[in-house]
Design a protein. Structure first.
Length: 304
């Protein structure tokens, strides 16, 4: 492990957060340890895994000598801030332990950030793989170059957390990641670009993003996205965010049985909707779902 005063290159803090990823955790840890860039300190935080991940992490720690923190589940964002508090690096990069960094990731991003002192965050492309690591025919392409606040509000998050590298000084200056939100990458990219800081997307594929059916983002995160966008309700770009996310947030609240919150959303937001994007939610609000299930059952019997 390198020290923060290593004269041959700045130290990078690699932060890996694990929660019940025993199938994948070894590959994730080794991908951080086997970067071609040599000056990396590794901090691994386990958020209360119950599947044996901690046993594998202890064995890896004993073999490779990185910092390992075993604790109750405090959530991803709090864990990232814990790592930020003790990071010794000039830069910090984060990875969930079901994903994998490609070997050149750290070297390429350090080179970009060292050459461009006004860039605060560098991100990149992802390649999707399945649980076994096999490539998926799923194209996720981010336009390389500067990322704008307007584009993030219009198109959603394309600064993917496991591809990023940030300046530690920048993160500490803004108080770290926002722990009131669950989605750290989108909220951070919006905050920095809104404040005029540079976020740059690289053309390089830097991370293998694993889709295994149990990703926490596979569940509904519409309410979380809505909470992030609400921070910028006074910005001109909010209209674009509203058009994209309002139907999703409304349907999520209705589906979760939070009808009062759904009505409040209709009341408080500038309503601009069509039957195609809100009709299903309105019907779900007005008609008891048991009636809908009974109707579907009768239709099924009639067509049998």
């Amino acid at each position: 492990m390198s020290t923060a005063t290593d004269s041959t290159g700045p130290l990078v803090t690699a932060t890996l957060v694990c929660w019940n990823h025993r199938r994948f955790v070894r590959q994730a840890v080794l991908s951080a340890l086997e970067q071609t860039y040599p000056h990396v300190e590794l901090i691994v935080i386990d958020n209360g895994s119950t599947d044996g991940s901690q046993d594998d992490l202890r064995a890896l720690r004993d073999q490779h000598g990185f910092t390992l923190i075993l604790q109750d589940n405090v959530g991803l964002v709090r864990a990232l801030n814990q790592a930020l508090e003790i990071a010794r690096g000039k830069y910090i990069a984060c990875l969930a332990t079901d994903d994998v960094w490609l070997p050149e990731k750290t070297a390429r991003q350090v080179a970009l950030l060292e050459a461009n002192p006004d860039v605060h965050v560098a991100s990149g492309q992802i390649a999707c793989v399945d649980a076994a690591g096999r490539p998926l025919d799923l194209k996720v392409v981010v336009r390389p170059g500067d990322v704008s606040f307007a584009d993030l509000m219009t198109y959603g998050c394309f600064v993917y957390g496991p591809t990023t590298m940030c300046r530690v000084e920048t993160l500490r200056s803004i108080g770290g990641y926002d722990e009131s939100l669950r989605i750290e990458d989108y909220s951070l990219a919006l905050k920095l670009t809104h404040e005029g800081m540079r976020v740059v997307a690289m053309p390089d594929v830097l991370t293998l993003y694993r889709r295994h059916g149990n990703n926490w983002t596979a569940g509904s995160i519409d309410a979380d996205l809505w909470a992030i966008g609400q921070r910028y309700r006074g910005a001109p770009e909010y209209a674009a965010f509203y058009r994209r996310n309002f139907p999703l947030a409304f349907w999520y609240l209705v589906k979760e049985g939070r009808k009062r919150d759904a009505w409040r959303l209709l009341r408080d937001e500038p309503i601009c909707w069509t039957w195609s994007n809100l009709g299903r939610g309105l019907m779900r609000m007005l008609i008891p779902y048991g009636v809908v299930r009974s109707y579907r059952a009768l239709r099924g019997k009639a067509s049998a």
